[in-house]
Design a protein around this ligand. Structure first.
Ligand SMILES: Nc1ncnc2c1ncn2[C@@H]1O[C@H](COP(=O)(O)OP(=O)(O)OP(=O)(O)O)[C@@H](O)[C@H]1O
Ligand SMILES: [Mg+2]
Length: 491
């Protein structure tokens, strides 16, 4: 579903633009009558596209454009302008509008422009939206279609309805903190604070005061009264990260708080009641620690009522593609780039790797690739060297050839005719490491072939399918598989 907002002070123009756009599949079109009204609607409406008039009372189009982009830079804005105001339209494009169209707006021209604008954009945002996911704060999404992750989402929903303590177990970088935040955000405590404390970072002698606070003069150096984290988290959630590193004497005290819902600040004789919800996480093997006398069994059972186990990324490889798309979406926003996907070669390496650092490591690898990549897709050669070495890709010349091949693939297929053709087939066989993987080369060839055919027939699917002798359904499936945007070849 694409949500479009048409902004113009002239009701007649709003109606005609709306009528044209509504003939496009899956478009929902709303109207606003000036800049201020537009901004109000944009803030609540989750629009993908805004069609914006320039000359309007109260707030004009240029001011509205700035405010809209400030609110969400990924919203696409197309300016509608009378010929006399063409200078304003050009200015608007410099300030982040996608393009402009002149009034009176012609229906065909409008549809073509809108389709073009949305094609590249939708690839990423739709993919991100179609995955099963859970919202966490700042619109951050938790991705997971994998069966184990679906169970996790289920437990998170159930835990959000109650206020029992929670224990989250999983290796480093598997998303423990994100899960804790998701539970908080979906719970009755969501309006309270989420207070996180890392148990491995607190010196043993300050632990009690850190959690429960202390009175002035309670111990040497306590020259002022101090509020503890339990009190900060009152009405909200206290997240005890790296619980396995909590000293034994504190474990006893924590158990008491969980059972009696009261604590006593250091140096005080006054008990304080608490309603803070406790969520704890660790990557340490608590059961083994219990056997070694390093973790208290009673605390473990108190916390372990409905535990959450987060699988390692290597146990949920089926989520890798979706996670990568999610991070592409995130880093496009953060770094202001317009990368629309990942090449099949790079994706297959990402799926093959073992990911000892789990999702955090994957996120770092994608961020690194983002910095290096100047094209439209993340390619093998934009991936960090240590990652490539770990996946067995040879680094020197062969790797460059992979890059060369991808670039031809994306951008210059048309210019590489005649002689270049034979060079290219040579490149394919000399990509080393993976040189004899038939499927990989078949995919690379298919993608290149389709791009070329689409260029030849100006992005028209029916004609391309007919002349290239591919069933239309197959062609559409492959276009989707390879992240090709047919509309890009429409002129
Ligand atoms: N399911 C997910 N979907 C999208 N992003 C995720 C998901 N899980 C984790 N992340 C991201 O991966 C990174 C690591 O997650 P997080 O900090 O929650 O892991 P952790 O288990 O607490 O790691 P550590 O044990 O090292 O503290 C974060 O940037 C987080 O946003
Ligand atoms: Mg963590």
């Amino acid at each position: 579903m694409m949500k479009v907002l048409v902004v113009d002070d002239d009701a007649g123009i709003r109606l005609s633009v709306k009528n044209s756009l509504q003939t496009i599949d899956r478009f929902q079109v709303d109207e606003a009558f000036d800049g201020i009204n537009a901004l109000e609607k944009v803030k609540v409406g989750a629009y993908n596209l805004v069609m914006l008039d320039v000359d309007m009372p109260r707030m004009n189009g240029l001011a509205a454009l700035t405010a809209i982009k400030e609110f969400d830079p990924t919203i696409i804005v197309i300016i509608m302008t009378a010929y006399a105001n063409i200078n304003d339209a050009v200015k608007a494009v410099k300030h982040g509008a996608y393009n402009y169209i002149s009034k009176p707006v012609k229906s065909d021209e409008l549809k073509e422009l809108v389709n073009k604008a949305l094609a590249a954009h939708s690839l990423i945002s739709e993919a991100a939206a179609s995955a099963p996911q859970l919202s966490t704060e700042n619109g951050r999404k938790m991705i997971g279609s994998n069966a184990q992750m679906r169970k996790v989402f289920n437990v998170i929903h159930r835990l959000s309805k109650v206020d029992t303590p929670v224990l989250i177990l999983g290796a480093s970088g598997t998303g423990k903190e994100l899960v804790a935040r998701a539970i908080h955000l979906n719970s009755a405590q969501k309006d309270g604070k989420f207070v996180a404390i890392n148990c491995s970072a607190i010196p043993e002698n300050l632990f009690e005061s850190e959690l429960f606070g202390h009175e002035k003069g309670a111990f040497t150096g306590a020259d002022q009264r101090k509020i503890g984290k339990f009190q900060y988290a009152e009405g909200g959630t206290l997240f005890l990260d790296e619980l396995g590193d909590m000293p034994l004497f504190m474990q006893v005290k924590l158990l008491r708080v969980l059972q009696e819902k009261v604590f006593t600040p250091v140096g005080s004789n006054r008990e304080i009641e608490t309603t803070a919800r406790v969520i704890a996480a660790t990557n340490r093997p608590l059961e083994a620690m219990i056997k070694d006398g390093k973790f208290r069994e009673d605390l473990y059972y108190r916390l372990n009522v409905m535990p959450i186990f987060l699988p390692s990324l290597s146990e949920r490889r089926d989520d890798i593609e979706q996670l990568v798309k999610n991070f592409i979406y995130k880093f496009n926003k953060k770094q202001g780039k317009k990368i629309i996907g990942v090449t099949p070669e790079a994706l297959s390496l990402l799926k093959k790797y073992d990911w000892p650092g789990n999702i955090r490591e994957l996120e770092n690898v994608i961020e690194h690739a983002f910095i290096l990549e100047e094209g439209t897709h993340l390619t093998v050669s934009s991936l960090p060297e240590p990652f490539l070495i770990a996946t067995g890709v040879e680094l020197s010349a062969p790797n460059l050839k992979v890059k060369y091949f991808n670039e031809i693939d994306e951008n210059t297929a048309e210019q590489n005719e005649g002689d270049e053709e034979s060079i290219r087939s040579e490149e394919i066989v000399t990509i080393s490491g993976e040189s004899l993987d038939f499927n990989k080369h078949k995919e690379a060839f298919e993608r290149e072939f389709i791009v070329k055919a689409l260029k030849m027939f100006k992005g028209r699917i029916n004609q391309t399918a007919l002349h290239a002798n591919i069933p239309k359904k197959t062609l559409l499936r492959k276009i989707e598989k390879y992240g090709i945007v047919a509309k890009d070849y429409s002129e």
